[in-house]
Write a protein that binds this ligand. Sequence first.
Ligand code: NDP
Ligand code: 2IT
Length: 450
Amino acid sequence: MAFKSEYIARVYDDVAKKNANEPEFLQAVKEVLESLEPVVEKDPSIEANGILERIIEPERVIMFRVSWVDDNGKVQVNRGYRVQYNSAIGPYKGGLRLHPSVNLSVIKFLGFEQIFKNSLTGLPMGGGKGGSDFDPKGKSDNEIMRFCQSFMTELVKHIGADTDVPAGDIGVGAREIGYMFGQYKRLTGLYDGGVLTGKKVGAGGSLARTEATGYGLCYFTAEMLKANGQSFEGKRVIVSGSGNVATYANQKATQLGGKVVAMSDSNGYIVDENGIDYKIIKEIKEVKRARIKTYLDYVPGAKYVEGCKGIWTVPCDIALPCATQNELDGESADALIANKVIAVAEGANMPSTPDAVAKLQAAGVLFGPAKAANAGGVATSGLEMSQNSQRLSWTFEEVDQKLHDIMVNIYKNASNAAETVGQPGNLVVGANVAGFLKVAEAMKWQGIAY
Ligand code: NDP
Ligand code: 2IT
């Protein structure tokens, strides 16, 4: 699409030239810039302060070697990243991803989106992201530990409770955070709870952080449905993926009256017309670290289909993509629309291609974008940081209630912002605008620090 604003067109042109080999990053930037046209037009101080040029360029990119020794005594080398994207409203905050597909483009798109997502939570957190192309699949527990220790040996130089606070993402859960936390403590001599979130409950972690992204996604979706006279009650739900976000999205969607009929991993998907029990998924993926195919050992009447893309052809009312970026394309959107889907809300980061988003919105499907819909995870990380600072622990119910309130607020703010710019119901635009304005104001207030 051609940009109407000359300023935005120039900024995008420049970023596209400079980052020509970073498609995911450019995809994320383009969407935000498209959304910001009306606010940039109205407020010349954005251009005068070079806010767009500055917000698009990370404050700092750290790339480093991670060497570790595998169980056969062979030296392995991976590439580590931490992108400290924007610190206008708080310390850099965002997860760490361990997956062979990780590269600079992926980490930059995630870090860029994190700025706006964290702003939407209403908590004082800047944007950042990190990770490595290390593949945790098939690695022994000791190999995971040695990798995490080596990763932290470099990361320690760059993080801190008031500078940069990493957490989990794909391939990083409580186990990996534990190994990293242990190494951080060994290197610094500090029991510094505030330096990482997603810690174990009882060792500085927050109750409900594990569940938070999936629960938050369903709280957000429920608000979006409610505003349109609908609910989860009696609805068929697809949740793609079977990791942290997907598992607890399943649990909450079921609690709210939905029936989760399909879930997936990177190899294939399962369909269970009686509803998939999240406890079985948790057992398969978290305890056994096995493939989702083994669901058939627990529920022989269920169906397994090889290849994960076909999951979107299963008839449903609500689709919750919770696996990875660009997993739901235009063709998948066509299938969902043909099956009369009511709502799509993104648990993963950027799971829908631009083509899919455009098709779903044009067909009148309620669409909850990742920055808003999956913000419950990082919001609860923010609550974990608050508890660490106070040296107190809140109950599960307290944290869950706060998470719920935050998600309701995010829906309201995104929805109001969409109206303000004359695009009522467009939560993609609303989330981008609401997230951006707060960061832009803080950047102006601080002058040109970066
Ligand atoms: P997990 O590692 O727990 O689970 C990831 C799931 O996605 C697995 O089922 C995995 O399948 C599947 N998956 C990963 N990569 C691919 C791929 N390339 N193709 C198909 N399937 C894939 O990660 P999370 O649940 O934590 O993260 C899922 C998504 O949610 C990510 O986009 C993440 O950025 C986002 N997110 C996570 C938050 C959190 O708090 N954890 C917060 C907000 C967003 P397999 O096992 O086969 O690899
Ligand atoms: O994408 C995300 O928001 C996360 N992976 C959670 C980040 C965090 O700091 O809790």
